[in-house]
Design a protein around this ligand. Structure first.
Ligand code: APR
Length: 239
């Protein structure tokens, strides 16, 4: 039987799947972490020290995400198609805070690192949609106060979202695919090992070998927009 003949698939995506949509990755030579210090813009401490700088960073990313320059690419579309046509369970987990999986038609992907088009109140935890800028004068709809709203993104040192649900799916999956992630940030970097422990076949889709590549059974190197449509068709043909 083909290793692709799966019943329960978990797919993890990272910044690489959105690179061809016009969104910078983090760790490339021209990536976001070359231009900004993680400590300054992606930690609770950085936010406490300089909330305006952090809001400016995410406001800029939000504007770019909503600009005409950013569009879904064939990799996002292939995953949405797979989810629709696959005759089993298929969970899409993304580390990305963009909404490109939803725009491509994926139904309710798990955004384990949060969402750029949402903000939350630091007093109540209530989550709101936001398409404009978050600024100091913006008052919160739940408490009426200003200065309580922050991007609904998970920073370094904070707990990723929906981990029990992700771990439950990993513990039962028979196929695990990681797309466009460098495998540097846990817990996502450890998902391949959890899936292997469950007996799943694992495939890495990336331009190059990631930090976790030795844990994968199979490697498909190339652009996600070229590799994924083919891989998804193979899965559908095998299942
Ligand atoms: N197709 C396939 N893979 C690609 C492509 C592409 N077109 N372009 C880039 N890649 C790969 C790179 O080779 C790299 O391994 O995508 C990966 C991107 O890695 P990172 O920039 O480290 O992004 P990611 O793994 O998603 O980062 C994880 O780190 O900073 C945090 O919270 C942030 O969610 C993010 C997390």
């Amino acid at each position: 039987m083909s290793a692709l003949a799966a019943k329960r698939i978990v797919i993890l995506t990272g910044a690489g799947i959105s690179a061809e949509s016009g969104i910078k990755t983090f760790r490339a030579a021209d990536g976001l972490w070359e231009e900004h210090r993680i400590e300054d813009v992606a930690t609770p401490e950085g936010f406490a020290a300089n909330p305006e700088r952090v809001q400016r960073f995410y406001n800029g990313r939000r504007r770019q995400l909503l600009s005409d320059a950013v569009k879904v690419n064939p990799a996002h579309i292939a995953l949405a198609e797979l989810e629709k046509r696959f005759d089993g369970e298929c969970l899409l987990v993304t580390q990305n805070i963009d909404d490109l999986h939803e725009r491509a038609g994926s139904d309710d992907p798990i955004h384990m690192h949060g969402e750029l088009l949402k903000m939350h109140c630091t007093r109540s935890g209530e989550v709101f949609e936001i398409h404009g800028d978050i600024h100091a004068e913006l008052s919160c709809a739940c408490c009426g106060k200003t200065g309580t709203l922050r991007p609904h993104v998970v920073w370094f040192g904070e707990m990723p979202l929906q981990m029990p649900c992700i771990e439950a799916a990993l513990s039962q999956c028979d196929l695990f695919i990681a797309v466009g992630t460098s495998g540097n940030v846990y817990p996502a970097a450890g998902f391949v090992q959890l899936a292997r422990h469950a007996g799943a076949h694992s495939i890495e889709v990336n331009l190059e070998a990631s930090s976790q590549h030795s844990y994968f059974d199979e490697h498909r190197h190339g652009l996600a927009s070229e590799v994924l449509p083919r891989l998804c068709e193979e899965i559908l043909a095998s299942s």
